[in-house]
Design a binder for this molecule. Structure first.
Ligand SMILES: [Zn+2]
Length: 107
């Protein structure tokens, strides 16, 4: 398994997520456009905000997983299941590079 390549991929993903989160965060908390006076428009805006908020929560969770994967990579524990200590398996790590559990513990 090419750990350097995985590390590069994780770092790239981390940067991408961080910049995306920064944008959604700005979208939610620093609105430029005034709140619409039209009620239907307001509802639409609120729905959109909820969607963006949900995306931000997802993104934050993914970012946390990526950061912990990078830490485990540094510690040499990357390929080990955090729950049972068994090998996670190369195929699974290729599919989900930031997972911390083997298929048995994840299911
Ligand atoms: Zn396990």
């Amino acid at each position: 398994m090419d750990l350097d390549a995985i590390k590069t991929e994780l770092l790239g993903k981390k940067e991408e997520l961080e910049s995306r989160l920064e944008r959604t965060h700005k979208h939610i908390f620093q609105k430029d456009e005034p709140v619409s006076a039209n009620f239907n428009e307001q509802v639409k805006q609120t729905e959109n905000d909820e969607l963006v908020m949900a995306l931000e929560v997802d993104g934050l969770q993914e970012l946390a997983q990526i950061k912990s994967a990078l830490q485990r990579l540094e510690a040499g524990e990357y390929a080990q299941c955090a729950h049972c200590g068994e090998d996670i398996g190369e195929e699974r790590l290729m599919a989900i590079p930031y997972t911390d559990s083997c298929i048995r513990c994840a299911s």
